[in-house]
Design a protein around this ligand. Structure first.
Ligand code: PMV
Length: 310
């Protein structure tokens, strides 16, 4: 018998960096990029095979946290279900690039937890699953905000304010994003540190930028609920302007954002830590092919499409 389960990637839609200073942020699932886990009843005990993860690991990545996360996920699920370890060979396949702000770790743990439940013919509600994945996230991130596990477990947009309960957002109308990868690795930690320096050097100039981003995120939440995709796009582009002022964009990110807008995107911005990494463009059925081509033309190393359907 073989059973299967999956989980999606995630990306920050709005509010990165300002979220560190108590402003809200929104993250959305990337349902087109998935981890798929299959479990076959065979062998003795649990064996986990991770071909893609092993192959995709960057040279400086320590395999240990991944293995620990898999072991902890398994232990916590079995403990919650009060089940002895079943005899299973589990294979994890992932389309999600590692260490790129797409939530690969939380997605792997979520899909693994789900396949264990299915193989045991049991179920865990999303709230219990979310608690387990949050525990596992601590291995990767120390003190995770909880945004990655929540957006991935519920596979819904999430509205997040530090130290407050996370809200999922209902979607008035599905919307499509293109994710353009600069191919440039960038340290979120350094970008966050530089924003901190900027804030400390010029609090009076920086605070209004952070407040303005927070206001954008509040408005965007309403747009997502009511399905006002045009305004959502404008808010994303405005958010990018503030991220530029916070010094976390880069020439290449700006070039990708400008190309997406010129090709007809409703809005575009960098996503995540910035300075490199990914940008996102909000597109319509009619603009998406143009925007996709435009991003590749100005040097995106890959472009993913995803529709947020809630
Ligand atoms: O690149 P990601 O998805 O890990 O996002 C980083 C988001 C920041 O706001 C820049 C940092 C943070 O801890 O919230």
């Amino acid at each position: 018998m073989t059973v299967e389960a999956s989980a999606s990637a995630k990306i920050i839609l709005l509010g990165e960096h300002a979220v560190v200073y108590g402003q809200p942020a929104i993250a959305v699932p990337v349902s087109s990029l998935r981890v798929t886990v299959s479990a076959t009843s065979q062998g003795k005990g649990i064996h986990i095979v991770t071909p893609d993860l092993n192959h995709a690991l960057p040279a400086d990545f320590q395999a240990q946290p991944v293995n620990d996360a898999l072991a902890l996920t398994t232990d916590l699920v079995l403990e919650k279900l009060q089940s002895p370890p079943p005899d299973l060979t589990i294979t994890i396949r992932s389309q999600i690039p590692l260490a790129s702000g797409l939530g690969s770790g939380a997605a792997v743990s979520t899909a693994l937890a789900r396949v264990l439940c299915t193989a045991l013919d049991r179920s865990l509600d999303d709230a219990s699953l979310n608690e387990i994945i949050y525990e596992v996230e601590k291995i990767h991130h120390g003190t995770p905000s909880g945004i990655d596990n929540t957006v991935i477990v519920y596979e819904k947009p999430v509205y997040f304010v530090r130290n407050q309960p996370i809200e999922t957002i209902e979607i008035g109308q599905p919307f499509t994003l293109l994710i353009g990868d600069t191919g440039q690795a960038a340290s979120t930690r350094i970008a966050v540190g530089d924003v901190r320096k900027l804030y400390e050097a010029n609090p009076l100039q920086t605070q209004p930028i952070l407040d303005a981003v927070g206001q954008i995120v509040v408005e965007a939440r309403n747009c997502i609920k009511t399905g006002d995709i045009t305004t959502l796009g404008q808010l994303m582009t405005r958010n990018h302007g503030y991220l530029q002022q916070l010094t976390v964009s880069s020439a290449h990110l700006d070039q990708l954002v400008d190309a997406a807008l010129a090709a007809g995107a409703l809005g575009a911005k960098l996503s995540g830590g910035g300075r490199g990494g990914n940008m996102i463009a909000l597109v319509t059925e009619t603009s998406k092919t143009n925007v996709h081509g435009a991003l590749l033309k100005v040097g995106a190393v890959r472009v993913f499409e995803t529709t947020v359907i809630g």
